[in-house]
Write a protein that binds this ligand. Sequence first.
Ligand code: PLP
Length: 397
Amino acid sequence: MSAILPTYARSDLAFERGEGVFIYTAAGERYLDFGAGVAVSSLGHGHPHLVAALREQAGKLLHTSNIYSIPGQETLAERLCANSFADMAFFCNSGAEALEGSVKVARRYQSYIGKPERYRVITFEGAFHGRTLAMIAAGNQEKHLAGFGPKVDGFDQVPLGDVEAVKAAIGPETAAILIEPIQGEGGVRHATWPFLRELRAIADENELVLIFDEVQTGMGRTGKLFAYEWAGVEPDIMALAKGLGGGFPIGAVLTTAEIGVAMTAGSHGTTFGGNPMAMAAANAVLDIVLANGFLDEVKRKALLLKQRLAEIADTNHDIIGEVRGEGLLIGLQSKVPNTQLADALQHQRLLTIAAGDNVVRLLPPLIVSEAEINEACEKINSACASLRVGPQTEGQA
Ligand code: PLP
């Protein structure tokens, strides 16, 4: 019996090292990593700039405390704010914490403006916001809630895209609306840009706080730094994590000053959040993602991959249905059980991530090249063929 709590149905695959979009087992087997640790390794593995920044910081100082000033936090906050709607940032360690923080800031703001009765948050069916007690209530999925006692109060869920349901769910206790611009775990389900614009208008009319969960869609994943830029509306609060650290654990709550001013000393905190190592990692990631032309390249490669995938879906229409998503957050609607397709891809040594709605996600590092996209497409074709003939043959290393 493993000494690890069995919270994951883990594969036996174990990796020892990575380089760019490739990741290797101890035996030297090479896999093309189109899962990127679930949209985390945005710069791929072993990116020299990120590794150098971490090495340098590790040699200087691993940790202090938020009771002192942390220069890397100031720099990162300023850069994130300069490149977004936000004026202020709070740093934490994960996506779930960033969402918890976001909801706390929204509630605190309502209290600050004299409406302490407002604490409820409207969320959307199929959402995933993390695994803390409050965030499993926000996501409202039975498989995440089962066995954990009474659901944390304060979340009202409505169907994705249903404007009238949102309006009907608003009551005197409603504080905020929380949404992923594109649901990742839910199966690459687009909230649609017009719907996000409707939510902005509804939030404004009702003095509600609009929170975007860009834990998965943020940091260039969709070809823009933040997915909300596609919609042409801005949130009041945004949660970030995953790609922000390029593999180093970090989360962030970004907010406008109008809302952020409600948070005062002692109102929220974390021991590790914003620690010098995480700040060095995220600043290094930003150096690359904000470099001239980087996001244009992401868009160009995403288009190429989408075109190739559309062709593959056409020739393998018995296995792959719709190809959807934005930028390098792509979902293949599987016509066989998605775990079967993901297994067949893994057999070809292409790593992908299964998601809700019977989707297989392709989330390659943002630095993926055309040649690597072509290699992935060949592997997808081979995986489809292997599913048709039955027993699988070993892929090429
Ligand atoms: N929000 C979204 C949109 C996510 O995709 C995830 C993780 O998959 C989370 C929140 C939770 O992040 P974490 O696992 O870092 O707590």
